[in-house]
Ligand binder design. Structure first.
Ligand code: ADP
Ligand code: MG
Ligand code: MG
Length: 252
């Protein structure tokens, strides 16, 4: 498995410091959850790791198996084995879901070693069955007119087919009804192996009832202020975040 190391990460958006020194290490086989109030920098962390241009890293390091991720272009980060399922997946008009998936897979392979079409179709069909997805979706334009649940299933479909070393799932549970939540969870759990590490960013406990994290981190005001095991999830659900603020003497 691979190791993603985030060290003392500081990130600014338009000159405003959002992340103020984040430390986090994710290894193959580990599931980490990052929870925290809205506006605290969770999505900023995900975007900075993937190299979104709006997010300027002003200090700190991001390493993938010791390699400097900050020096990599966005596509090189994907090739290095990083994958981000975004909080708001974008629509791509004119590109079908199937074509998008196949070119994403091939972008991660060497030239001349493209996935054979029939093998791709078989893998996609199996994964879509597993996720209870309507096969017609493969021929629709990516995310265009997809419901919230369809978009999130589609992100998990990508994850299952691309098989990244490290997956970052940003609010993959938001806006899902219970059936979609169970399917999405089933997909994430199927990926559990020594060669897959996962960062699950979420605001709520409910996904974590189905996907048990090994480590739970609380982010507040741009920092990870508390880490623990899965028992932390329940305490946050019962008691909210105020007790942590009091413990740390953080003002709103
Ligand atoms: P979370 O995911 O924890 O809800 P975000 O990382 O989305 O938090 O946002 C952290 C802070 O950065 C918020 O104050 C938000 O308004 C600000 N922010 C996020 N993205 C942008 C952006 N593209 N432009 C300006 N401000 C942003
Ligand atoms: Mg948010
Ligand atoms: Mg967010």
């Amino acid at each position: 498995g691979s190791t993603l190391e985030i060290k003392d990460l500081h990130v600014e958006i338009e000159g405003k410091e959002i992340l103020k020194g984040v430390n986090l290490t994710i290894k193959g086989g580990e599931f980490h959850a990052v929870m925290g109030p809205n506006g605290t920098g969770k999505s900023t962390l995900a975007s900075a790791v993937m190299g979104h241009p709006t997010y300027e890293v002003t200090k700190g390091e991001i390493l993938m198996d010791g390699e400097n991720v900050l020096e990599m272009e966005v596509d090189e980060r994907a090739k290095a084995g990083l994958f981000l399922a975004m909080q708001y997946p974008s629509e791509i008009s004119g590109v079908t879901t199937s074509d998008f998936l196949r070119s994403s897979i091939n972008a991660h392979r060497e030239e001349g070693d493209e996935i054979p079409l029939m093998k791709f179709i078989k893998e996609m069909d199996e994964a879509m069955d597993y996720l209870d997805m309507d096969k017609n979706m493969a021929q629709r334009y990516l995310n265009e007119g997809f419901s919230g649940g369809e978009k999130k299933r589609n992100e998990i479909l990508q994850l299952m087919l691309l098989k990244p070393q490290i997956g970052i799932l940003d609010e993959i549970d938001s806006g899902l009804d219970i059936d979609a939540l169970k399917v999405v969870s089933k997909g994430i759990n199927k990926l559990r192996s020594e060669s897959f590490g996962c960062l699950i960013i979420t605001h709520y406990q409910r996904l974590l009832n189905y996907v048990t994290p090994d480590y739970v981190h609380v982010m507040m005001q741009g920092r990870i202020v508390k880490s623990g095991g899965p028992e932390l999830v329940e305490r946050l659900e019962d008691q909210g975040y105020d007790w942590i603020k009091q413990e740390l003497g953080i003002e709103d």
